[in-house]
Design a protein around this ligand. Structure first.
Ligand code: VAH
Length: 315
């Protein structure tokens, strides 16, 4: 049995779909604090639970005795700055509850997402390496940095096989992102199709590491399928994707929607968050340890997003 906690989220919902395909729908238990979102509703078992309520989680572990657990529940960077104490509490204690339950119930493998948000203003901006100065200045960023330390600790101390990826900004169409700084790269596609114009909250030349969701899901399953002895990183693997600016993404959209226009808001609080992050990532360890290869460049990502949103949006 595979348990996905935070199944309603942008990543969680896509992991549920991919894991149902891989293991069979009946073997995947989706869980979140609210009822299932459209993307995963009626496709398999679903349990309501609150990651801050360890008993509600324990009940699910007792009921299903999962052999794998994916913990995707988190508060992201922008919302985390509006609710710093809740973000720390949920991102930290949610993880520790799950790590403890995983040890107690002898779960074979645990996945937990980190982020390029663990890097900060003094980290190298280009080709940011796996190991370097990390001074994240968002609650989300340092909660993920601390979470990486906890994951490495539970592996070293209890032998728990917990694995993690520092995701770049993720772009997808099935489920909306929830309160991140990279969300502009999703909203822009909806607006390009619905109104023909979008006002970016990040400035024209703000380059960030991004990735199409299909690549991120494939990376996650590749990491989780890799033999234990191949895993040399027990904090969290850098994963780079493609780096682009809002201006470059708009230019790609204009190739398919020539009349699309992009404007820019100024002094949005998310600009300072983006400016504290790397512009590109070195993911050599992912390539070496579990043969990572990217498949979606900005052109293919743009085509996929516009094609799929055209079919799913009521325009
Ligand atoms: C966020 N989408 O914007 C997340 C992610 C690298 C960005 O961690 O907060």
């Amino acid at each position: 049995k595979v348990l996905v906690i935070g199944a309603n989220g942008q990543i969680g919902s896509e992991l549920v779909l991919a894991l149902r395909k891989k293991h069979g729908a009946d073997h995947v238990i989706a869980s979140d604090i609210n009822a299932p979102v459209d993307a995963i509703r009626n496709g398999g078992p679903f349990e309501i639970a609150n990651v801050l309520d360890k008993n509600s989680l324990q009940h699910i572990f007792e009921l299903y005795r999962p052999t794998q657990v994916y913990l995707l529940a988190a508060i992201l960077s922008a919302v985390g700055e509006q609710k710093p104490k809740l973000a720390w509490d949920l991102n930290m204690n949610g993880l520790i509850h799950v790590l403890d339950l995983a040890v107690e119930f002898e779960v074979k493998k645990v996945f937990w997402p980190s982020s390029i948000a663990v890097f900060g203003p003094h980290s190298p901006k280009q080709n940011t390496p796996q190991y370097c100065v990390m001074d994240p200045n968002t609650v989300y960023g340092f909660s993920k940095l601390a979470g990486e330390r906890w994951c490495e600790y539970y592996h070293a101390k209890y032998g728990l096989d917990v694995r993690s990826i520092r995701y770049p900004g993720l772009i997808s169409w099935k489920t909306n992102p929830g309160g991140g700084t990279t969300d502009y790269a999703v909203h822009i596609f909806h607006e390009a199709l619905q109104s023909g114009t979008y006002q970016s909250f990040l400035s024209a030349n703000t380059a960030l590491p991004m990735m199409y969701m299909d690549d991120a899901i494939r990376a996650t399953l590749s990491l989780m399928d890799a033999p234990d002895e191949c895993i040399t990183i027990r904090s969290s693997y850098n994963l780079g994707g493609i780096s682009f600016t809002p201006e470059a993404l708009a230019a790609e959209i204009k190739k398919q929607i020539p009349e699309f226009t992009l404007t820019y808001a100024d002094n949005d609080p998310r600009q300072a968050i983006a400016d504290s992050w790397p512009q590109s990532i070195d993911d050599t360890y992912a390539k070496t340890d579990w043969d990572w290869k990217l498949e979606y460049d900005i052109e293919r990502l743009t085509s996929e997003m516009l094609k799929n949103l055209k079919n799913s949006l009521v325009l």
